[in-house]
Design a protein. Structure first.
Lengths: 113, 113
């Protein structure tokens, strides 16, 4: 069954430093992969998604992710963290072919001034 | 913009009460979802509906039921609330394709005393 793994529930990053959130997937078929962000007291919103068109995917707010089949990974990066990036980030994989998603456990990102 | 609304942001109920959580979307989406979000566990799918009156169990359906009488509305029902159902509940909707974005409501934080 398709699933994703996110390590490290809490991630601290200094303002201006690289943001790197890791996501590894398990899938028996070519996966569709998503990153969602949840700002405090809000629902989730899409950051970016991989749908097999291009392996490097650019999203909103300066985030991007690279699909690497050989590493079964879809890590999320942003070159320079901003205070407004403090949020929880979820990786997800589409399963069963009908837009049902399996979510990872999330990364709570704290940005240190 | 897609809008998904949930009937309450905060709800406090007593053990044994019947609880209704309502979700409405305005984009004529086929799919609607109910998730439960708990710290350290990410999002877990409770139920999924792909059409009016159609539903499928998700990963944790025990203690819950759903109703979808109209395309835009998807209700989650706790037949007899218990303290272990205290959680954040998120509703989402999407079109029917596997690569589609899910759009989330702001969530309902339910406390069962």
């Amino acid at each position: 069954a398709q699933s994703v793994t996110q390590l490290g529930s809490h991630v601290s990053v200094s303002e201006g430093a690289l943001v790197l959130l890791r996501c590894n997937y398990s899938s028996s078929v070519p996966p569709y992969l998503f990153w969602y962000v949840q700002y405090p007291n809000q629902g989730l919103q899409l950051l970016l998604k991989y749908t097999s068109a291009a392996t490097l995917v650019k999203g909103i707010n300066g985030f991007e992710a690279e699909f690497k089949k050989s590493e079964t990974s879809f890590h999320l990066t942003k070159p320079s963290a901003h205070m407004s990036d403090a949020a929880e980030y979820f990786c997800a994989v589409s399963r069963y072919g009908n837009n049902r998603l399996a979510f990872g456990k999330g990364n709570q990102v704290v940005v240190i001034p | 913009d897609v809008k998904v609304t949930q009937s309450s942001r905060y709800l406090v109920k007593r053990t044994g009460e019947k609880v209704f959580l309502e979700c409405v979307q305005d984009m004529d989406h086929e799919n609607m979802f109910w998730y439960r979000q708990d710290p350290g566990l990410g999002l877990r799918l409770i139920y999924f509906s792909y059409d009016v009156k159609m539903k499928e169990k998700g990963d944790i359906p025990e203690g819950y039921s759903v109703s979808r009488e109209k395309k835009e509305r998807f209700s989650l029902i706790l037949e007899s609330a218990s303290t272990n159902q205290t959680s954040m509940y998120l509703c989402a909707s999407s079109s029917g394709r596997e690569t589609d974005t899910q759009y989330f409501g702001p969530g309902t934080r339910l406390t069962v005393l």
